[in-house]
Design a protein around this ligand. Structure first.
Ligand code: ATP
Ligand code: MG
Length: 402
């Protein structure tokens, strides 16, 4: 693979922990290069999440080299050639150069190689096959930088063949378009996605969810989602999909992307969050949050002003209220002020408890709960202004009235 220019390495790729890992490998005669996302983002001068390194020796050799340099090495996936190095809290994924021996559309059987071009050729898109040496020498075997500059997500090789090897690449095409593309979609890639979308059902929910949620996190996610539905890529995994109207409005409102909230934005109110959560292997907590976001009730009352906001923040909790508020894109009222309230106001605790009811002579049982609930309703209706003495008086009044 021939050098094709130079890269100014950002701090994250030239700091002391990174140097330590690179030095440990090269001292042991292992050739190592940055690869994939970190090089792509360094070219774009975008933030770098994690550092992937490609190495030309088998994982056992890599483990030994790290251990000799007293760097913690985790055998993340020896069969696939992946070792994780931990140096001064920095994490590095080291993967041995590979070529595909067999593919079945879901998983590949790989063999290790020392041929950089072979390794590059099994990657998905041209700009994901960028490599850089520790001194910034850049390798770009498929003209990925030109595609990056043009906002073009281009498959390496024949898109249909590449998708047949791994169907997940249909979703990755849209994910990378959302982050790095500009309209229109790359024609040959898009058409191949359309021809192959029907086969996505065979994938695992985890892998699909990861791609889908990362797609949603991008600022251009709405266009990508529309492309996905146009080719039928959501038919199996998200048949509940409605449209991107709410998503677009949500993106304009929120100051920090939240993938799960954006997922809710492309689903209809009342959709079965439990079923969706199971299908996409969401955690129980995520499914529950989705459930609240998709529930018909309570309708978010923004026009009702501060009293209504406080009552609903108390009811839902600050976090879920923010979710519901941001998603209520058609509700009239000053949503910005409601949001500011949800971010700054801590709901108080009801100043009376079951113990107070018992002190009034009530016996433990459902009646106590019902009375407390009545006091709570009265207290909320009074905009939480009643203090403990007033709440106790109300409790007493209701107890005698009952
Ligand atoms: P991100 O910053 O979003 O993590 P990334 O490029 O690091 O972007 P990953 O999904 O972490 O994306 O994959 C790392 C690299 O591995 C990719 O850049 C690509 O070269 C290769 N890769 C990952 N998944 C596939 C796949 N399904 N088919 C082909 N190559 C893949
Ligand atoms: Mg990555």
């Amino acid at each position: 693979m021939k050098p094709r220019g130079r890269l100014d390495l950002p701090a994250r790729m030239s700091d002391a922990p990174t140097r330590r890992v690179l030095d440990a490998l090269t001292t042991s005669g292992i050739a190592v290069r940055f690869v994939g996302g970190c090089v792509r983002n360094a070219v774009l001068k975008r933030e770098i999440d994690d550092i992937d390194l490609a190495v030309d020796k088998p994982p056992e050799t890599v483990m030994r080299a790290l251990e000799e340099a007293k760097i913690k090495a985790i055998p993340t996936g020896l069969k696939h050639g992946t070792v994780t190095a931990i140096a001064d809290r920095g994490r590095f994924e080291l993967t041995t150069l590979r070529r595909d021996v067999e593919t079945d559309g879901r998983r590949a059987t790989v063999a290790f190689t020392d041929d950089w071009l072979e390794d590059a050729g099994r990657r998905d898109f041209t700009f994901n096959a960028l490599y850089a040496d520790a001194d910034g020498t850049l390798y770009d075997p498929f003209d990925g930088r030109a595609d990056l500059a043009a906002g073009r997500v281009r498959f390496i090789g024949d898109p249909d063949l590449r998708i047949a090897e791994d169907r997940l690449r249909v979703l990755r095409f849209f994910r990378f378009h959302a982050w790095y593309g500009r309209p229109p979609f790359d024609g040959p890639g898009f058409d191949a996605c359309r021809r192959n979308a029907a086969a996505l059902g065979g994938l695992s929910g985890e892998r699909v969810a990861k791609e889908l949620l990362r797609t949603l996190e991008a600022s251009a996610s709405a266009d990508a989602v529309e492309g996905m539905t146009e080719v039928g890529a959501l038919d199996h995994w998200l048949p509940e999909y409605t449209n991107t109207k709410c998503l677009r409005a949500l993106i304009a409102r929120e100051d920090k992307p939240e993938a799960l909230r954006r997922l809710a934005a492309i689903l209809p109110a009342g959709a079965d969050a439990t079923a969706i959560g199971k299908r996409l292997k969401l955690s129980t907590q995520e499914s529950m949050r989705l459930d609240v976001m998709l529930a018909h009730e309570p309708a978010i009352d923004i026009a009702g002003g501060p009293r209504a906001w406080r009552a609903q923040i108390y009811d839902l909790g600050n976090g879920l209220y923010v979710d519901r508020l941001l998603l209520a894109v058609d509700a009239p009222g000053d949503w910005r002020a409601a949001l500011a309230m949800a971010r700054s106001w801590t709901p108080p605790e009801l100043p009376v408890s079951g113990g107070d009811a018992l002190k009034l002579g009530l016996k433990p049982g459902p009646k106590v709960g019902a009375l407390l609930e009545a006091v709570e309703c009265w207290w909320i209706a009074g905009d939480f202004s009643a203090d403990r003495a007033a709440c106790l008086a109300e409790l007493e009044r209701l107890t005698h009235a009952a």
